[in-house]
Structures are given as C-alpha cells and as structure tokens.
Design a protein around this ligand. Structure first.
Ligand SMILES: [Zn+2]
Length: 59
C-alpha cells in the first residue's frame, strides 16, 4: 500500500494523510512549529488515491 504523507515546509515534520483527512486542517505537530497543514496541501494525485482507497488507510 502506498503511504501518503505530507511534509511540513517549515520544519520537515511528516504528517500522514490520515491525520490530515480526519481534521482537514491541523496545526503542525512539530515542536515549536506554528504552521497549519491542510489536506488540500497534498498533491491532487495523492488526494485522489487516498480518497479512492480510504478504507484501506483506516487504522
Ligand atoms: Zn512544521
């Protein structure tokens, strides 16, 4: 299964698409990082892949 993640452009923290999709908008979990990450920050191809296979990404 393809792992889809987003890397914070400010601090490099990696966040899974799962976390982004649950909340749509989430504050970066990185230490002392105030960046806001959005599901829509993912490339369209990754978003489509994730939504098409959503059930398999459920933990
Ligand atoms: Zn960050």
């Amino acid at each position: 299964m393809k792992i889809i993640t987003h890397t914070c452009s400010d601090c490099g923290t990696v966040v899974s698409a799962n976390e982004l999709e649950d909340r749509r908008v989430t504050k970066c979990p990185g230490l002392d990082c105030e960046a806001v990450l959005r599901f829509s920050d993912l490339p369209e191809r990754d978003r489509e892949h994730f939504l098409d296979n959503r059930e398999r990404y459920r933990l």
